[in-house]
Design a protein around this ligand. Structure first.
Ligand SMILES: C[S@@+](CC[C@H](N)C(=O)[O-])C[C@H]1O[C@@H](n2cnc3c(N)ncnc32)[C@H](O)[C@@H]1O
Length: 435
């Protein structure tokens, strides 16, 4: 039996001819994803939902984004921090929020978290019954983690009767399931429900991602709601990929997200202040590997996953990104082109440096490199010089390649502009105008 085809019937929809309605397709999609094991608690793997990019890039970048804004709560005593996770899946947000390092540069044995697992009271809501059941199973031993089934298209609903939360959280595109109008209403309702100072975390799909250049030029609201599929969960299994559901998502630009805060404030009469925005997975989004919406994309994500693999040597030439993928868009392409140039320069330097010493100050254009690229090249130079003395293990596969991956990640963090140019677009709002 195909493990990706659980023996669970789809939602019956006998009254309507043609494809089932969106909610049914969304629920079927996630029921299948849960049944395939995609929402089990994870350990790093090379492909699939919990691949190395998800764990070492996407989760970590989200934690890095949130850390400065959660630090004021660190070490507080008394009652736990109340978190509402909207579109919570099977509770990924709990692990994300409760494992943010308090001292990321510390080399000491024990890590301290900004807010530890015991310091949160977590409520997750999700449309999918399968997700809610999986969440309850994943966190069965916890008395501070709760899951409820609810449709966010209906707003906060019964949650309005709960005490206010300090963080209204979402992760990995949950809010992209809502239309602009529904999301605006939900944010207005959250603003009225929250106390001043509460944080609202939005994690949307970016419209300007390299994964779907056809979406970049959308003008009307209807054009901004586009096809999406999670067939990447079944990468390597063409039959299962072909059977994956397709459903519409709302794709967002950074400017539209700023407008969203303004509109929700107008609607609620409560200020919603934009604090920060960030693009995530600019060159390594899930659909870079599937090439589902852009056939010319090379599978960069799986090549970066290979960099993170122990005892696997990666052909660095395969990591080079064709510069023409930056496209010709006046807002999107200049930043993308700069990231691709910097990415290729670092990869090219690493490849040459592995063969022989290179004086990086002799590199053409060195003085014009962005500071983050200069820093990355200097770091790589030092690491390779030291790695060549290491006698045990595979220093290239186990030290140099993971470090190259982290330096590429740093380039992506340093050069993103928060305009909606990643697979994910993060935004942080604060309720009320004060800090
Ligand atoms: C891509 S998953 C993200 C799950 C989780 N937040 C994570 O970080 O992995 C999107 C989630 O949004 C949920 N969802 C979609 N539409 C929804 C709605 N109208 N109301 C509540 N949840 C919804 C799905 O069931 C799914 O669990």
């Amino acid at each position: 039996m195909n493990p990706h085809q659980p023996d669970i019937p789809l939602d019956p929809n006998p009254a309507v001819a043609g494809p089932p309605p969106v909610a049914a397709r969304v629920r079927n999609n996630y029921r299948r994803a849960v049944a395939a094991g995609g929402y089990d608690l994870y350990s790093p793997t090379r492909a699939g939902k919990h691949d190395a990019v998800r764990i070492f890039w996407e989760d970590q970048i989200r934690r890095r984004f949130l850390r400065p804004h959660l630090l004021p709560w660190a070490g507080r005593t008394g009652r736990p921090l109340r978190v509402l996770d909207l579109g919570c899946g099977s509770g990924q947000g709990f692990s994300l929020l409760s494992q943010i390092e308090r001292e990321p540069r510390s080399l000491l044995l024990h890590e301290e978290w900004v807010i530890g697992p015991g310091e949160i009271e977590y409520t997750g809501v999700d449309l999918s019954e399968a997700m809610v059941a999986k969440g309850r199973e994943n966190f069965a031993g916890y008395d501070n983690v709760f899951f409820f089934q609810a449709d966010l298209n209906e707003g906060l609903g019964a949650l309005n009767r709960e005490s206010p939360f300090e963080i209204y959280f979402s992760s990995y595109g949950s809010f992209s399931h809502l239309s602009r109008v529904k999301l605006t209403r939900l944010l207005a309702e959250i603003s009225r429900h929250a106390q001043p100072g509460a944080l609202v975390v939005l994690d949307l799909n970016g419209r300007y991602s390299i994964e779907w250049p056809e979406y970049w030029t959308a003008r009307t609201e209807a054009e901004k709601v586009r096809d999406y599929t999670m067939n990447y969960l079944y990468l390597g299994d063409p039959e299962a990929m072909a059977e994956a559901d397709h459903f519409p998502l709302r794709f967002w630009t950074g400017a539209e997200v700023r407008q969203l805060a303004v509109r929700a404030s107008q609607l609620s009469g409560v200020g919603l202040t934009l604090v920060d925005q960030m693009d995530v997975s600019v060159l390594v989004g899930r659909h870079v590997d599937t090439a589902q919406y852009h056939p010319a994309l090379p599978p960069l994500r799986s090549r970066v996953n290979s960099l993170h693999q122990d005892f696997v040597r990666t052909d660095l030439d395969q990591l080079l990104v064709p510069p023409e993928l930056a496209g010709q868009h006046p807002l999107v392409s200049p930043g993308l082109a700069q990231l691709i140039r910097s990415w290729n320069t670092l990869v090219g330097f690493t490849r040459r440096r592995l063969e022989r010493p290179v004086r990086f100050t002799d590199l053409a254009d060195w003085t014009h490199y962005p500071p983050g690229l200069q820093f990355a090249i200097m770091g790589m130079d030092r690491l390779i010089a030291d790695a060549s003395w290491i006698q045990n293990g595979d220093a290239r596969a186990n030290l140099v390649e993971p470090q190259l991956a982290y330096l590429l990640r740093s380039l992506e963090i340093g050069l993103q502009q928060g305009i909606g140019c990643g697979h994910g677009h993060l935004a942080l709002f604060r309720v009320g105008s004060g800090s």
